[in-house]
Design a protein around this ligand. Structure first.
Ligand SMILES: NC(=O)c1ccc[n+]([C@@H]2O[C@H](COP(=O)([O-])OP(=O)(O)OC[C@H]3O[C@@H](n4cnc5c(N)ncnc54)[C@H](OP(=O)(O)O)[C@@H]3O)[C@@H](O)[C@H]2O)c1
Length: 258
């Protein structure tokens, strides 16, 4: 039997009280990893852990809380090999009635929360010359989609940020992986009313991510059909894409928040 490189590694998952993060925590634990999980909802974290993971509650938008949590996780696990950013915020709004607060909340969680985590983990990873940063972005960051102005903008920014970071930290011993899921059945998508093609369960998403991590992938995109579709979408000229995705005046935008 071949050795699973995940076994024995120490992972910290932020945004693991539900959905993809929770499923990934179970998957990594099942494959022999040591796992610490964070998010705001303590009871949900405890339920995910079932006493088998280190639980460190935090609000990712609170810089000091993230700093303290990083120290707690390191001490509990005896070090840290990889950090997986799974936290995320999504709320649909109609661009014609611009919602300043909802847009700002997307930035606050999806970008400034990630910023807090990077600030907490990069110095020690660089000092150790060892570490793996994994960011869950989304295929929604590949192209602009009506109704996903806020979410898509933060996901595009995450993809760009992680790519820049990968090049910047490459010679410092720190690896960076970008995860771009298509639609996944989680709390985040349960109230979506628009079609969600190729949707997968969180367990399947977690297996795809863990398999990609075990193979040291730089980029993990799934499911395959969504990956092909959205990679192809990137090649469509701007004018054609705008025409293809334009919403009709008499109906609510039907975004893809995947
Ligand atoms: N579901 C999809 O179709 C899909 C597709 C592509 C990408 N994604 C991305 O995948 C990631 C996970 O999403 P999901 O679908 O698994 O949704 P989810 O079940 O709603 O999970 C979101 C997680 O983020 C945590 N979180 C939110 N705000 C936080 C904060 N301020 N501080 C700390 N943790 C916070 C939540 O925990 P608490 O509420 O307990 O804090 C929860 O654990 C997100 O980045 C999402 O954008 C999802």
């Amino acid at each position: 039997m071949t050795h699973d490189p995940i076994a024995g590694r120490r992972y910290w998952l932020i945004g693991a009280s539900s959905g993809i993060g929770a499923a990934l925590a179970h998957e990594l634990l099942g494959r022999g990893a040591h796992v610490a999980i964070s998010a705001r909802r303590i009871e949900d974290l405890e339920a995910v852990s079932a006493g088998r993971m280190t639980v460190v509650p935090l609000d990712a938008t609170d810089h000091e809380a993230v700093q303290h949590a990083e120290a707690d996780v390191r001490s509990a696990l005896g070090g840290l090999d990889a950090v997986v950013w799974c936290a995320g915020y999504w709320k649909q709004f109609d661009a014609a009635e611009w919602d300043r607060e909802t847009f700002a909340r997307h930035i606050e969680v999806n970008l400034l929360g990630l910023n807090n985590v990077l600030a907490a983990i990069i110095p020690s990873m660089v000092a150790a010359g060892h570490g793996h940063i994994v960011g869950v972005a989304s295929v929604a960051g590949y192209r602009g989609l009506p109704g996903a102005e806020a979410y898509g903008a933060t996901k595009a920014a995450q993809i760009n940020l992680l790519e820049s970071l990968r090049a910047a930290l490459r010679r410092k011993g720190v690896r960076v992986t970008t995860v771009c899921p298509g639609f996944v059945r989680t709390e985040m998508t349960e109230s979506n009313t628009f079609p969600m093609p190729f949707i997968v369960d969180a367990d399947e998403a977690a297996r795809s991510i863990a398999d990609g991590l075990a193979r040291c992938r730089t980029e993990i995109i799934f499911p395959l059909r969504m990956a092909i579709l959205m990679k192809a979408a990137r090649l469509v000229p701007v004018r054609t894409w705008s025409a293809l995705t334009a919403t009709k005046d008499d109906r609510t935008p039907s975004p893809a928040n995947a």
